[in-house]
Design a protein around this ligand. Structure first.
Ligand SMILES: Cc1ncc(COP(=O)(O)O)c(C=O)c1O
Length: 385
Protein backbone atom coordinates (compact mmCIF):
# COMPACT_ATOMS: atom_id res chain seq x y z
CA UNK A 1 0.00 0.00 0.00
CA UNK A 2 1.23 3.45 -0.83
CA UNK A 3 0.77 6.04 1.90
CA UNK A 4 -0.15 9.10 -0.15
CA UNK A 5 0.71 12.64 0.81
CA UNK A 6 -2.01 14.65 2.49
CA UNK A 7 -1.72 17.37 -0.14
CA UNK A 8 -3.10 15.17 -2.90
CA UNK A 9 -6.04 14.15 -0.71
CA UNK A 10 -7.08 17.79 -0.53
CA UNK A 11 -7.72 18.18 -4.27
CA UNK A 12 -10.21 16.56 -6.62
CA UNK A 13 -9.76 15.65 -10.29
CA UNK A 14 -10.86 18.45 -12.62
CA UNK A 15 -14.70 18.39 -13.02
CA UNK A 16 -14.58 19.19 -16.75
CA UNK A 17 -12.59 15.97 -17.15
CA UNK A 18 -15.15 14.00 -15.12
CA UNK A 19 -17.79 15.14 -17.60
CA UNK A 20 -15.72 14.52 -20.71
CA UNK A 21 -14.96 11.02 -19.42
CA UNK A 22 -18.69 10.38 -19.05
CA UNK A 23 -19.32 11.77 -22.54
CA UNK A 24 -16.65 9.45 -24.01
CA UNK A 25 -18.16 6.49 -22.17
CA UNK A 26 -21.67 7.25 -23.49
CA UNK A 27 -20.35 7.86 -27.00
CA UNK A 28 -18.56 4.54 -26.91
CA UNK A 29 -21.86 2.90 -25.95
CA UNK A 30 -23.31 4.36 -29.16
CA UNK A 31 -25.19 7.39 -27.78
CA UNK A 32 -25.11 10.62 -29.81
CA UNK A 33 -23.90 13.39 -27.50
CA UNK A 34 -23.66 17.08 -28.35
CA UNK A 35 -20.50 17.61 -26.37
CA UNK A 36 -20.32 21.14 -25.01
CA UNK A 37 -18.10 20.14 -22.08
CA UNK A 38 -14.62 20.48 -23.55
CA UNK A 39 -12.43 23.56 -23.24
CA UNK A 40 -10.91 23.75 -26.67
CA UNK A 41 -11.86 25.28 -30.03
CA UNK A 42 -13.25 22.93 -32.70
CA UNK A 43 -10.93 24.58 -35.20
CA UNK A 44 -8.21 22.85 -37.14
CA UNK A 45 -4.68 23.94 -36.24
CA UNK A 46 -3.64 26.13 -39.22
CA UNK A 47 -1.82 24.21 -41.95
CA UNK A 48 1.29 26.42 -41.90
CA UNK A 49 1.75 25.79 -38.17
CA UNK A 50 1.43 22.02 -38.64
CA UNK A 51 3.97 22.24 -41.47
CA UNK A 52 6.37 24.24 -39.26
CA UNK A 53 6.07 21.49 -36.64
CA UNK A 54 7.03 18.78 -39.16
CA UNK A 55 9.85 20.94 -40.50
CA UNK A 56 11.16 21.45 -36.97
CA UNK A 57 11.27 17.70 -36.37
CA UNK A 58 12.96 17.13 -39.75
CA UNK A 59 15.51 19.81 -38.90
CA UNK A 60 16.45 17.81 -35.81
CA UNK A 61 14.88 20.02 -33.14
CA UNK A 62 14.22 17.01 -30.96
CA UNK A 63 16.66 17.55 -28.11
CA UNK A 64 16.40 19.45 -24.82
CA UNK A 65 16.50 23.23 -25.13
CA UNK A 66 17.64 25.91 -22.68
CA UNK A 67 15.29 25.51 -19.72
CA UNK A 68 13.43 28.81 -20.17
CA UNK A 69 13.00 28.25 -23.90
CA UNK A 70 14.76 28.84 -27.19
CA UNK A 71 15.76 32.51 -27.66
CA UNK A 72 13.73 32.76 -30.87
CA UNK A 73 10.52 31.83 -29.05
CA UNK A 74 11.18 34.00 -26.00
CA UNK A 75 11.79 36.97 -28.32
CA UNK A 76 8.65 36.13 -30.33
CA UNK A 77 6.52 36.03 -27.15
CA UNK A 78 7.87 39.38 -25.97
CA UNK A 79 7.26 40.98 -29.38
CA UNK A 80 3.75 39.50 -29.60
CA UNK A 81 2.82 40.85 -26.15
CA UNK A 82 4.42 44.23 -26.78
CA UNK A 83 2.95 44.80 -30.22
CA UNK A 84 -0.51 43.34 -29.72
CA UNK A 85 -1.17 43.96 -26.04
CA UNK A 86 0.76 47.17 -25.34
CA UNK A 87 3.23 45.53 -22.98
CA UNK A 88 6.93 46.11 -22.50
CA UNK A 89 8.77 42.81 -22.10
CA UNK A 90 12.15 41.54 -23.26
CA UNK A 91 13.07 37.93 -24.00
CA UNK A 92 14.59 37.50 -20.53
CA UNK A 93 11.16 38.17 -18.97
CA UNK A 94 9.73 35.08 -20.66
CA UNK A 95 9.64 31.39 -19.72
CA UNK A 96 8.10 29.03 -22.28
CA UNK A 97 6.22 26.25 -20.50
CA UNK A 98 4.35 23.08 -21.49
CA UNK A 99 0.97 24.86 -21.52
CA UNK A 100 -0.05 28.04 -19.74
CA UNK A 101 -1.20 25.73 -16.95
CA UNK A 102 2.39 24.87 -16.09
CA UNK A 103 3.30 28.59 -16.04
CA UNK A 104 0.47 29.12 -13.54
CA UNK A 105 1.56 26.15 -11.46
CA UNK A 106 5.18 27.32 -11.34
CA UNK A 107 4.12 30.86 -10.45
CA UNK A 108 1.92 29.71 -7.57
CA UNK A 109 4.72 27.43 -6.34
CA UNK A 110 7.14 30.35 -6.47
CA UNK A 111 4.93 32.81 -4.56
CA UNK A 112 2.57 30.97 -2.20
CA UNK A 113 3.73 29.74 1.22
CA UNK A 114 1.68 27.52 3.55
CA UNK A 115 -0.90 29.72 5.28
CA UNK A 116 -0.91 32.36 2.55
CA UNK A 117 -4.17 33.60 1.08
CA UNK A 118 -4.78 33.95 -2.65
CA UNK A 119 -7.73 35.95 -3.96
CA UNK A 120 -9.73 34.55 -6.89
CA UNK A 121 -13.00 35.63 -8.50
CA UNK A 122 -16.07 33.42 -8.78
CA UNK A 123 -16.89 31.91 -11.18
CA UNK A 124 -13.30 30.77 -11.11
CA UNK A 125 -11.40 28.52 -13.49
CA UNK A 126 -11.31 25.12 -11.84
CA UNK A 127 -7.53 24.68 -11.62
CA UNK A 128 -6.53 27.81 -9.66
CA UNK A 129 -7.72 26.58 -6.28
CA UNK A 130 -6.06 23.14 -6.51
CA UNK A 131 -2.81 24.85 -7.51
CA UNK A 132 -3.02 27.07 -4.43
CA UNK A 133 -3.99 24.14 -2.19
CA UNK A 134 -1.07 22.05 -3.47
CA UNK A 135 1.22 24.91 -2.48
CA UNK A 136 -0.29 24.92 1.05
CA UNK A 137 -2.22 28.17 0.57
CA UNK A 138 -5.88 28.99 0.79
CA UNK A 139 -8.09 30.75 -1.72
CA UNK A 140 -10.34 33.62 -0.73
CA UNK A 141 -13.19 34.03 -3.19
CA UNK A 142 -14.79 37.23 -4.36
CA UNK A 143 -18.23 36.37 -5.75
CA UNK A 144 -19.12 38.06 -9.02
CA UNK A 145 -22.42 36.19 -9.46
CA UNK A 146 -24.56 39.05 -8.11
CA UNK A 147 -23.06 41.31 -10.80
CA UNK A 148 -23.69 39.11 -13.85
CA UNK A 149 -20.04 38.00 -13.49
CA UNK A 150 -18.58 41.51 -13.86
CA UNK A 151 -15.74 42.64 -11.61
CA UNK A 152 -16.07 46.43 -11.49
CA UNK A 153 -19.16 46.43 -9.22
CA UNK A 154 -17.34 44.05 -6.83
CA UNK A 155 -14.16 46.09 -6.29
CA UNK A 156 -15.20 46.92 -2.71
CA UNK A 157 -15.59 43.19 -2.03
CA UNK A 158 -12.11 42.68 -3.44
CA UNK A 159 -10.69 45.24 -1.06
CA UNK A 160 -12.58 43.67 1.85
CA UNK A 161 -11.12 40.27 0.92
CA UNK A 162 -7.51 41.37 1.35
CA UNK A 163 -5.75 40.67 4.64
CA UNK A 164 -2.16 40.72 5.90
CA UNK A 165 -1.92 37.14 4.62
CA UNK A 166 -2.86 37.98 1.02
CA UNK A 167 0.09 36.81 -1.04
CA UNK A 168 -1.38 36.92 -4.52
CA UNK A 169 -4.41 37.89 -6.59
CA UNK A 170 -5.32 35.74 -9.60
CA UNK A 171 -7.11 37.74 -12.26
CA UNK A 172 -8.45 35.98 -15.35
CA UNK A 173 -10.06 37.98 -18.11
CA UNK A 174 -11.49 37.09 -20.59
CA UNK A 175 -12.95 34.67 -18.08
CA UNK A 176 -13.20 30.93 -18.27
CA UNK A 177 -16.04 29.96 -17.53
CA UNK A 178 -18.30 33.04 -17.98
CA UNK A 179 -16.82 34.53 -21.16
CA UNK A 180 -16.90 37.99 -19.54
CA UNK A 181 -14.31 40.64 -20.33
CA UNK A 182 -13.54 42.84 -17.33
CA UNK A 183 -13.77 46.59 -17.86
CA UNK A 184 -10.90 49.05 -17.83
CA UNK A 185 -12.30 50.36 -14.53
CA UNK A 186 -12.06 46.86 -13.07
CA UNK A 187 -8.44 46.54 -14.16
CA UNK A 188 -7.65 49.94 -12.67
CA UNK A 189 -9.34 48.96 -9.43
CA UNK A 190 -7.20 45.83 -9.18
CA UNK A 191 -4.14 47.95 -9.99
CA UNK A 192 -4.94 50.53 -7.29
CA UNK A 193 -5.33 47.86 -4.64
CA UNK A 194 -2.31 45.83 -5.72
CA UNK A 195 -0.06 48.89 -5.74
CA UNK A 196 -1.39 50.26 -2.46
CA UNK A 197 -1.05 46.93 -0.65
CA UNK A 198 1.97 45.72 -2.59
CA UNK A 199 0.35 42.46 -3.77
CA UNK A 200 1.57 40.57 -6.86
CA UNK A 201 -1.07 39.65 -9.45
CA UNK A 202 -1.27 36.83 -11.95
CA UNK A 203 -3.06 38.13 -15.03
CA UNK A 204 -4.19 35.11 -17.02
CA UNK A 205 -4.94 36.56 -20.45
CA UNK A 206 -5.00 33.32 -22.44
CA UNK A 207 -8.32 34.21 -24.15
CA UNK A 208 -7.39 37.81 -24.95
CA UNK A 209 -7.21 37.30 -28.73
CA UNK A 210 -10.80 35.98 -28.73
CA UNK A 211 -12.63 39.11 -27.47
CA UNK A 212 -15.68 40.05 -29.59
CA UNK A 213 -16.01 43.86 -29.47
CA UNK A 214 -14.72 45.30 -26.22
CA UNK A 215 -11.22 46.51 -25.47
CA UNK A 216 -9.39 45.05 -22.55
CA UNK A 217 -6.09 46.38 -21.26
CA UNK A 218 -3.27 44.05 -20.28
CA UNK A 219 -2.76 44.41 -16.56
CA UNK A 220 1.01 44.79 -16.76
CA UNK A 221 0.58 47.79 -19.07
CA UNK A 222 -1.04 49.83 -16.27
CA UNK A 223 1.11 52.22 -14.24
CA UNK A 224 2.79 50.49 -11.34
CA UNK A 225 1.89 46.97 -12.51
CA UNK A 226 4.78 45.79 -14.63
CA UNK A 227 6.89 45.03 -11.57
CA UNK A 228 4.14 43.09 -9.79
CA UNK A 229 2.32 41.27 -12.62
CA UNK A 230 2.89 37.80 -13.97
CA UNK A 231 1.24 37.71 -17.40
CA UNK A 232 0.13 34.23 -18.43
CA UNK A 233 -0.87 33.20 -21.92
CA UNK A 234 -0.10 30.65 -24.60
CA UNK A 235 -0.86 29.39 -28.08
CA UNK A 236 -3.50 26.81 -27.08
CA UNK A 237 -6.61 28.89 -27.65
CA UNK A 238 -5.77 31.65 -30.13
CA UNK A 239 -4.08 29.34 -32.69
CA UNK A 240 -6.04 26.24 -31.68
CA UNK A 241 -2.91 24.38 -30.57
CA UNK A 242 -4.16 22.86 -27.28
CA UNK A 243 -2.40 19.54 -27.85
CA UNK A 244 0.94 21.17 -28.47
CA UNK A 245 1.11 22.12 -24.80
CA UNK A 246 2.87 25.44 -25.16
CA UNK A 247 2.25 28.44 -22.96
CA UNK A 248 4.32 31.05 -21.23
CA UNK A 249 4.74 33.50 -18.41
CA UNK A 250 6.09 37.02 -18.88
CA UNK A 251 7.20 38.61 -15.63
CA UNK A 252 9.90 40.60 -13.83
CA UNK A 253 13.21 38.72 -13.90
CA UNK A 254 13.23 38.20 -10.11
CA UNK A 255 10.05 36.16 -10.63
CA UNK A 256 11.34 34.23 -13.65
CA UNK A 257 14.49 33.40 -11.66
CA UNK A 258 12.42 31.82 -8.86
CA UNK A 259 9.71 30.23 -11.00
CA UNK A 260 12.47 29.07 -13.36
CA UNK A 261 13.82 26.84 -10.59
CA UNK A 262 10.45 25.07 -10.31
CA UNK A 263 10.40 24.89 -14.11
CA UNK A 264 13.86 23.37 -14.49
CA UNK A 265 13.31 20.80 -11.74
CA UNK A 266 9.89 19.72 -12.99
CA UNK A 267 9.76 19.79 -16.79
CA UNK A 268 13.34 20.82 -17.76
CA UNK A 269 11.97 22.66 -20.80
CA UNK A 270 9.00 22.79 -23.15
CA UNK A 271 9.27 20.35 -26.11
CA UNK A 272 11.83 21.59 -28.61
CA UNK A 273 9.97 21.26 -31.95
CA UNK A 274 6.81 22.60 -30.32
CA UNK A 275 8.73 25.72 -29.33
CA UNK A 276 9.82 26.15 -32.96
CA UNK A 277 6.23 25.75 -34.19
CA UNK A 278 4.98 28.27 -31.61
CA UNK A 279 7.69 30.75 -32.61
CA UNK A 280 6.55 30.41 -36.21
CA UNK A 281 2.90 30.90 -35.20
CA UNK A 282 3.70 34.03 -33.20
CA UNK A 283 5.92 35.63 -35.84
CA UNK A 284 4.63 34.46 -39.23
CA UNK A 285 1.06 33.22 -38.93
CA UNK A 286 -1.74 35.72 -39.56
CA UNK A 287 -2.94 36.02 -35.96
CA UNK A 288 -5.69 38.50 -36.84
CA UNK A 289 -7.11 36.18 -39.49
CA UNK A 290 -6.89 32.99 -37.40
CA UNK A 291 -8.15 34.39 -34.10
CA UNK A 292 -10.60 36.64 -35.98
CA UNK A 293 -12.20 33.72 -37.81
CA UNK A 294 -12.60 31.77 -34.60
CA UNK A 295 -13.97 34.78 -32.75
CA UNK A 296 -16.64 35.40 -35.40
CA UNK A 297 -17.61 31.74 -35.38
CA UNK A 298 -17.98 31.74 -31.59
CA UNK A 299 -19.87 35.02 -31.60
CA UNK A 300 -22.51 33.57 -33.96
CA UNK A 301 -22.86 30.52 -31.74
CA UNK A 302 -23.08 32.75 -28.66
CA UNK A 303 -25.96 34.64 -30.28
CA UNK A 304 -27.72 31.38 -31.18
CA UNK A 305 -27.38 29.99 -27.65
CA UNK A 306 -28.41 33.17 -25.85
CA UNK A 307 -31.44 33.66 -28.14
CA UNK A 308 -32.61 30.05 -27.90
CA UNK A 309 -32.50 30.15 -24.11
CA UNK A 310 -34.15 33.60 -24.04
CA UNK A 311 -37.00 32.13 -26.15
CA UNK A 312 -37.50 29.64 -23.33
CA UNK A 313 -37.39 32.28 -20.62
CA UNK A 314 -33.82 31.60 -19.48
CA UNK A 315 -31.47 34.58 -19.26
CA UNK A 316 -27.81 33.81 -19.92
CA UNK A 317 -25.34 36.51 -18.80
CA UNK A 318 -24.13 37.41 -22.30
CA UNK A 319 -20.52 36.31 -22.92
CA UNK A 320 -18.20 38.93 -24.43
CA UNK A 321 -15.46 36.64 -25.70
CA UNK A 322 -14.36 33.15 -26.58
CA UNK A 323 -16.41 30.01 -26.42
CA UNK A 324 -17.84 29.69 -22.92
CA UNK A 325 -21.22 30.60 -21.47
CA UNK A 326 -22.73 30.05 -18.04
CA UNK A 327 -26.36 28.89 -18.13
CA UNK A 328 -28.54 29.16 -15.02
CA UNK A 329 -30.25 25.85 -14.17
CA UNK A 330 -32.76 24.77 -11.60
CA UNK A 331 -30.84 22.07 -9.77
CA UNK A 332 -29.88 21.23 -6.18
CA UNK A 333 -26.96 19.18 -7.41
CA UNK A 334 -25.59 20.49 -10.68
CA UNK A 335 -23.11 17.61 -11.09
CA UNK A 336 -26.05 15.19 -11.03
CA UNK A 337 -27.98 17.52 -13.38
CA UNK A 338 -25.07 17.41 -15.84
CA UNK A 339 -24.76 13.63 -15.64
CA UNK A 340 -28.51 13.25 -16.19
CA UNK A 341 -28.42 15.75 -19.08
CA UNK A 342 -25.66 13.71 -20.73
CA UNK A 343 -27.45 10.37 -20.25
CA UNK A 344 -31.05 11.46 -20.91
CA UNK A 345 -30.73 14.41 -23.30
CA UNK A 346 -27.39 13.57 -24.89
CA UNK A 347 -25.81 16.95 -24.06
CA UNK A 348 -22.40 17.33 -22.37
CA UNK A 349 -22.07 20.32 -20.00
CA UNK A 350 -19.94 21.09 -16.93
CA UNK A 351 -21.45 21.76 -13.48
CA UNK A 352 -21.11 25.30 -12.15
CA UNK A 353 -20.01 23.89 -8.79
CA UNK A 354 -16.64 23.23 -10.45
CA UNK A 355 -16.24 27.00 -10.82
CA UNK A 356 -17.68 27.95 -7.43
CA UNK A 357 -21.05 28.90 -8.93
CA UNK A 358 -23.60 26.17 -8.24
CA UNK A 359 -26.90 26.81 -10.00
CA UNK A 360 -25.16 27.26 -13.34
CA UNK A 361 -23.66 24.93 -15.92
CA UNK A 362 -20.91 25.81 -18.37
CA UNK A 363 -21.44 25.31 -22.09
CA UNK A 364 -18.47 25.38 -24.45
CA UNK A 365 -19.61 26.56 -27.87
CA UNK A 366 -17.41 24.10 -29.67
CA UNK A 367 -19.93 22.54 -32.03
CA UNK A 368 -21.89 23.96 -34.96
CA UNK A 369 -24.91 26.24 -34.61
CA UNK A 370 -27.11 23.34 -35.78
CA UNK A 371 -25.76 21.08 -33.07
CA UNK A 372 -26.17 23.83 -30.46
CA UNK A 373 -29.80 24.19 -31.59
CA UNK A 374 -30.19 20.44 -31.30
CA UNK A 375 -28.70 20.51 -27.78
CA UNK A 376 -31.14 23.18 -26.59
CA UNK A 377 -34.08 21.31 -28.16
CA UNK A 378 -33.05 18.09 -26.48
CA UNK A 379 -32.66 19.78 -23.08
CA UNK A 380 -36.12 21.30 -23.49
CA UNK A 381 -37.74 18.06 -24.67
CA UNK A 382 -36.31 16.11 -21.76
CA UNK A 383 -37.46 18.73 -19.25
CA UNK A 384 -34.07 20.13 -18.25
CA UNK A 385 -35.08 23.68 -19.18
C1 LIG B 1 -8.31 30.34 -17.81
C2 LIG B 1 -7.32 29.38 -18.34
N1 LIG B 1 -6.02 29.59 -18.09
C3 LIG B 1 -5.08 28.76 -18.52
C4 LIG B 1 -5.40 27.63 -19.25
C5 LIG B 1 -4.29 26.72 -19.67
O1 LIG B 1 -4.26 26.44 -21.01
P1 LIG B 1 -3.02 25.68 -21.63
O2 LIG B 1 -2.36 24.92 -20.53
O3 LIG B 1 -3.58 24.80 -22.68
O4 LIG B 1 -2.11 26.74 -22.18
C6 LIG B 1 -6.74 27.36 -19.54
C7 LIG B 1 -7.13 26.14 -20.26
O5 LIG B 1 -8.25 25.73 -20.33
C8 LIG B 1 -7.73 28.27 -19.08
O6 LIG B 1 -9.01 28.07 -19.35
Amino acid sequence: MIDFAQRVDTVEPAAPLVMSNLVSELTEQGQDIVDLSVGQPDYETPEEIKQATKDAIDAGHTTYTPSNGIPKLRRAVATHLNERHGLDYAAENVIATPGGKQALFETVQAIVDPGDEVIVFEPVWSSYEPMVTLAGGETVRVDLTPHEFHLEPALDDLEAATTDDTALIILNSPVNPSGMVFSEGAFEGVRDLAVEQDIPVISDEIYKELIYDKDQPSLAALDGMKERTITISGVSKCYSMTGYRLGYMAAPTDHTAQAGKVHSHSVSCAPNFVQHAAAMALTEADTDAIAGEMTEMFRRRRDTLVDLFADRGVHIPVPESGFYAMIPVDADDDMQWCKDAAREAGVGLVPGKAFGTPGYVRASLVDTEDRIRQAVDRLATEGFI
